[in-house]
Design a protein. Structure first.
Length: 329
C-alpha cells in the first residue's frame, strides 16, 4: 500500500473517530434511520404517523430516566435507584386518587418522597463519599421496602391510574404529537441549556473530568452532588407518572425493568461512564434507538429469550464500538 493511500486511510479513520467523539448524535441518527428502514422492510406499511407517535410515547419516559443516568454519569457516578423511585411515584399517586386532595396531593407526596430519597443519596455520595453504585443500589432497596409498607398501609395490591395521567400518557394532539411532550420538551430544554449554559452544568463536567482539580479550584463538590441526586430522583418520579399513564398500571415494581435500558441509552448516546463527557441530546436519540429496536424485535416475532439476547448483544456492540473509536479504555 502506498504512503498516500495509507495517509488517506488514516485521515478517514481519524475523521470517523472525531465524529463519534465530538458529534456522536450524527452517527446515532444515522443508526436510528437504518433501524426504521429495517422495520419497514420487515413489515411493509408499518412506519407511519401513528407508529411514530407510539414510538415517541414509549421513548419519552425512557429518555427521562436516561437523563438521570446522563447527569450522574457526567460526574463519574450512576443512579440505580431511578427504577424504584419512578415506580414508587406512580404507585403513590394512584393510591391517592380517592383522597381529599386527589391526584394533585398524590403527585406532591410522590415528588416530596422522591426528593427526600435523592437528598439522602446525595448526602451519602457527596458528604460521606459512599460510591454511587453502592449508595444508589442500597437506596433502591430502601425505596422498594417503603413502597411495600405504603402498599400494606393502604391495603392495596394495585390501584387505578388517574384519568389525567392516562390522558397524559396515551393521548395526543394528533397521532404524531403526544401530550407527554408537554412535560418532556420543557425538561429537555432545561437539561440541555442547564448543562451547556449554566455554572452548575459546567461543574458537573468538571467534577467528572477531574474531581481533584475541581476541588482545588474552589468547587464544593458535595453540594453539587447533593443537588444532582435530588434532581435525578425528581426526574425519575416524573418518568414514573408518565409510565403509569402510558401502561394504565401502577405497582411498586412497574418501572424497574427500565433501569438497565436507561443506562444503555445514556451510554449509546455518548455519555462516558468515566465522567466528564456526554450530553442529553445523544441520550434522547439513544432512547429512541432502543425503543425502535424493541419494536423491531417484536415485529420479527422472536421469542422472548432470543429478543433479550439480541437486545443485549446490540447494546454491547454499539457501546464497545463507540468506546473503541473514541479511544476510551
Amino acid at each position: 500500500m502506498s504512503a498516500a493511500v495509507q495517509a488517506g486511510t488514516w485521515r478517514s479513520g481519524a475523521t470517523w473517530r472525531n465524529l463519534f467523539r465530538d458529534r456522536p448524535i450524527i452517527p446515532l441518527i444515522a443508526l436510528l434511520a437504518v433501524l426504521v428502514v429495517v422495520i419497514e422492510l420487515a413489515s411493509p406499511g408499518i412506519v407511519g404517523p401513528g407508529w411514530a407517535g407510539v414510538i415517541i410515547r414509549a421513548s419519552i419516559p425512557l429518555a427521562i430516566l436516561a437523563g438521570c443516568q446522563t447527569l450522574t454519569m457526567l460526574t463519574g457516578g450512576i443512579d440505580l435507584s431511578v427504577g424504584t423511585t419512578a415506580s414508587m411515584a406512580g404507585f403513590v399517586t394512584a393510591t391517592m386518587v380517592n383522597s381529599p386532595g386527589g391526584v394533585a396531593q398524590g403527585i406532591v407526596i410522590a415528588l416530596v418522597a422522591a426528593a427526600l430519597a435523592g437528598l439522602v443519596t446525595g448526602i451519602g455520595v457527596g458528604v460521606f463519599r459512599v460510591h454511587p453504585l453502592i449508595m444508589t443500589l442500597g437506596m433502591s432497596f430502601v425505596v422498594l421496602g417503603l413502597s411495600n409498607v405504603w402498599q400494606l398501609q393502604t391495603v392495596q395490591t394495585g390501584a387505578g391510574v388517574p384519568p389525567s395521567l392516562r390522558t397524559l400518557g396515551t393521548g395526543g394532539f394528533v397521532e404524531l404529537v403526544p401530550y407527554s411532550l408537554i412535560i418532556f420538551v420543557p425538561l429537555m430544554l432545561l437539561i440541555l441549556v442547564g448543562l451547556r449554559r449554566t455554572g452548575y452544568g459546567r461543574l458537573l463536567y468538571a467534577i467528572g473530568d477531574n474531581p481533584v482539580a475541581a476541588r482545588l479550584s474552589g468547587a464544593r463538590s458535595w453540594q453539587v452532588l447533593v443537588v444532582l441526586y435530588v434532581i435525578s430522583a425528581l426526574l425519575a418520579a416524573i418518568a414514573g407518572f408518565l409510565v403509569a399513564g402510558l401502561t394504565n398500571t401502577a405497582s411498586v415494581t412497574l418501572v424497574e425493568s427500565s433501569l438497565l435500558p436507561s443506562v444503555a441509552a445514556a451510554v449509546i448516546g455518548g455519555t462516558s461512564i468515566f465522567g466528564g463527557r456526554g450530553g442529553f441530546g445523544g441520550t434522547i436519540v439513544g432512547a429512541l434507538i432502543l425503543t425502535v429496536l424493541t419494536a423491531l424485535l417484536t415485529v420479527l416475532g422472536l421469542p422472548e429469550p432470543t429478543r433479550q439476547i439480541l437486545f443485549g448483544a446490540i447494546i454491547v456492540i454499539v457501546a464497545a464500538a463507540y468506546a473503541r473509536v473514541t479511544g476510551e479504555a
